[in-house]
Design a protein around this ligand. Structure first.
Ligand code: UD1
Ligand code: CA
Length: 454
C-alpha cells in the first residue's frame, strides 16, 4: 500500500451553504463531510493527516479531535496559501503528500489508493486527479500538450474560450513530492482573476523546471464531486445511501424498498436481516443477523442483537439483546437495556432501565430508572413513578414478579422475587419476596343507591 500524509483543505466558509455551521461539518449519510474524507484517506493508507481550518475552526477542530493535526489559515487567500500553512508541520518529511478538500464526501478509498500508487509508480513530482465532466463549468481545466502531458491547470475565471471547452477538469485532489511542492509554492503569485494564490499553479511551475507531472482520471466522476450547496448535499446523501444499501444487499441483507430505507454510512447489519420500508438506521447503530426491522423504525445509536423483530419503533442510545420482540409504538430511550427474549408491545416507553431476560411488557407502560429481573410480567398500564419533582429514584423488581394492571410503583421502592401486586395498587413501601401487596381502596357496594338518586 502507498505511504502518504494528507493535507485536507477545510478553511473556506462555504458561502453557498448559507449556514452558521462550517461547510465541512454538514453531514451526509450521518457523517460530517470532512469525516468521510478522513476515513477514505485513512483506509487508502494515509499515515498522518493534517487539516487546514479557518472559518468555524474551533468547531472543526473539536469534530476532528485526535484524528488529524490541525493548522489555522487566518485569511483565506487561496488554495495555494492554504497548503502553505502546513509547511511547518511537514518540515523534515519526505515522500508523498496528498492534498484533498474537506467537501468531497463521495471519495472512495480505492480511488485514493490508486492515485497514490500511480503517483509512486510514475515517479512524478505531482499527480492530479482529474475527471471528465459533461459540464465542467466552475472547475479548473486540465490543459495538455500535444504529446498528452499536462501543461497547466487553468481556472474557469482565467480561461480562454478555447480552454473552457475542455471537459477534463481538476478534481482538486493531488499527490505531490513534499519538497518539490513547497519549493514551487514559494513561487506561486496571485496575479489572476481572483487575486488568490492558486495551488494548481504549482503544476506549471514544476513543469517549467522539467519535473514530471502525472494525471489519474477517475473512472466515475461521481466519486469526485465537491459539495457547495444544500442541493448538492442532498445529491451526495442520495448517492451515499444508494451505495450503502447496495453494499448491505451484497452482504446478505434483504431491503424491501431501497428508496425508503435510510442507512447511515457507519451502520452495520447482519446477514439475513430484513429491512422493511420507511426504516432509518442512524449513526452508531449495529444490528445482528436474522432480524426483521420495520416498517417505520428509527434507530439512533442502538446496539441490537440477532433475531429481533420490531416495527413502528423509535429507539435511541440503547441496547437490545437477542430474540427480543418490540411491537408497535414503543419508545426506547437512552440507557434502556432490553435483555434476551423480552417482549415489549403497544405504547410503552422505557428509559434508563434494565428489562431482565424473558420479561413481558405488553401494553401501555412507563418504565423509568428501573432494575427489572427475569420473567417479570408487567400488566397493562403499570407505571414506575420515578420522579418526585426534584430527584429521580429507582425501582427494583425481582425475578418472576407479577405486577397487576394499572399499578403505580412509587420509587424508591423494591418488589421482591415472585411477589404479586394486586391490580390498581399504588405501591409506596417495599414488597417482600413471595408476598401479595394490595394497596387500593376496597370496593364498597351500596344497595338501592341508584333508585334513591332518582
Ligand atoms: C478548486 C481548484 C479547481 C478545481 C476545484 C475542484 C483552485 C484555485 N482551484 O477550485 O482547479 O477544479 O477546486 O473542486 O484551487 N480553501 C481553503 N483556503 C482558501 C481557499 C480555499 O482552505 O484560502 C479550501 C476550501 O474550503 C475548499 C477547497 O479549499 O475546501 C477548495 O476551494 P474552493 O474555493 O472551493 O476552490 P474551487 O474554486 O472549487
Ligand atoms: Ca469547491
Amino acid at each position: 500500500m502507498a505511504d502518504f500524509i494528507t493535507v485536507i483543505l477545510a478553511a473556506g466558509k462555504g458561502t453557498r451553504m448559507k449556514s452558521r455551521l462550517p461547510k465541512v461539518l454538514h453531514k451526509a449519510a450521518g457523517k460530517a463531510m470532512v469525516q468521510h474524507v478522513l476515513d477514505a484517506a485513512k483506509a487508502a493508507g494515509a499515515r498522518h493527516q493534517i487539516v487546514v481550518t479557518g472559518f468555524g475552526g474551533d468547531q472543526v477542530r473539536e469534530a476532528i479531535g485526535s484524528q488529524a493535526e490541525c493548522v489555522t489559515q487566518v485569511d483565506q487567500l487561496g488554495t495555494g496559501h492554504a497548503v502553505l500553512q502546513a509547511k511547518d508541520l511537514l518540515a523534515g518529511e519526505k515522500g508523498t503528500v496528498m492534498v484533498l478538500c474537506g467537501d468531497t464526501p463521495l471519495l472512495t478509498p480505492s480511488l485514493l489508493e490508486r492515485l497514490a500508487r500511480e503517483h509512486e509508480e510514475a515517479k512524478a513530482k505531482a499527480t492530479i486527479l482529474t475527471a471528465i465532466f459533461e459540464d465542467a463549468t466552475g472547475y479548473g481545466r486540465i490543459i495538455r500538450a500535444e504529446d498528452g502531458t499536462v501543461v497547466k491547470i487553468v481556472e474557469q475565471k482565467d480561461a480562454t474560450e478555447e480552454e473552457r471547452k475542455v471537459k477534463e477538469a481538476n478534481a482538486g485532489i493531488y499527490c505531490f513530492d513534499i519538497e518539490a511542492l513547497f519549493e514551487a509554492l514559494g513561487e506561486v503569485g496571485n496575479d489572476n482573476a481572483q487575486g488568490e494564490y492558486y495551488l494548481p499553479d504549482v503544476i506549471s511551475i514544476l513543469r517549467s523546471k522539467g519535473e514530471k507531472i502525472w494525471a489519474v482520471a477517475a473512472d466515475d466522476v461521481e466519486d469526485t464531486l465537491g459539495i457547495n450547496s444544500r442541493a448538492q448535499l442532498a445529491g451526495a446523501e442520495r448517492i451515499l445511501r444508494r451505495r450503502k444499501n447496495e453494499e448491505l444487499m451484497a452482504e446478505g441483507v434483504t431491503i424491501m424498498d431501497p428508496n425508503t430505507t435510510y442507512v447511515d454510512a457507519d451502520v452495520t447489519v447482519g446477514r439475513d436481516t430484513v429491512l422493511y420500508p420507511m426504516t432509518w438506521l442512524e449513526a452508531g447503530t449495529v444490528i445482528g443477523e436474522e432480524c426483521e426491522v420495520g416498517p417505520s423504525v428509527r434507530l439512533q445509536n442502538v446496539r441490537m442483537g440477532s433475531r429481533v423483530t420490531c416495527q413502528f419503533l423509535y429507539a435511541h442510545d440503547c441496547e437490545v439483546e437477542d430474540n427480543v420482540a418490540l411491537g408497535q409504538f414503543v419508545h426506547l430511550r437512552p440507557n434502556a437495556h432490553i435483555c434476551e427474549g423480552v417482549k415489549i408491545d403497544n405504547f410503552i416507553e422505557v428509559k434508563n432501565s434494565t428489562i431482565g431476560k424473558g420479561s413481558k411488557l405488553p401494553h401501555l407502560s412507563y418504565i423509568g430508572d428501573c432494575d427489572m429481573g427475569e420473567n417479570v410480567n408487567m400488566g397493562c398500564g403499570t407505571i414506575t413513578v420515578n420522579y418526585d419533582g426534584k430527584v429521580k429514584h429507582r425501582t427494583k423488581i425481582g425475578d418472576n414478579a407479577f405486577v397487576g394492571c394499572n399499578s403505580n410503583l412509587v420509587a424508591p421502592v423494591s418488589i421482591g422475587d415472585g411477589a404479586y401486586i394486586a391490580a390498581g395498587s399504588t405501591i409506596t413501601k417495599d414488597v417482600a419476596p413471595g408476598t401479595l401487596a394490595i394497596a387500593r381502596e376496597r370496593q364498597k357496594t351500596i344497595a338501592g343507591w341508584a333508585d334513591k338518586r332518582k
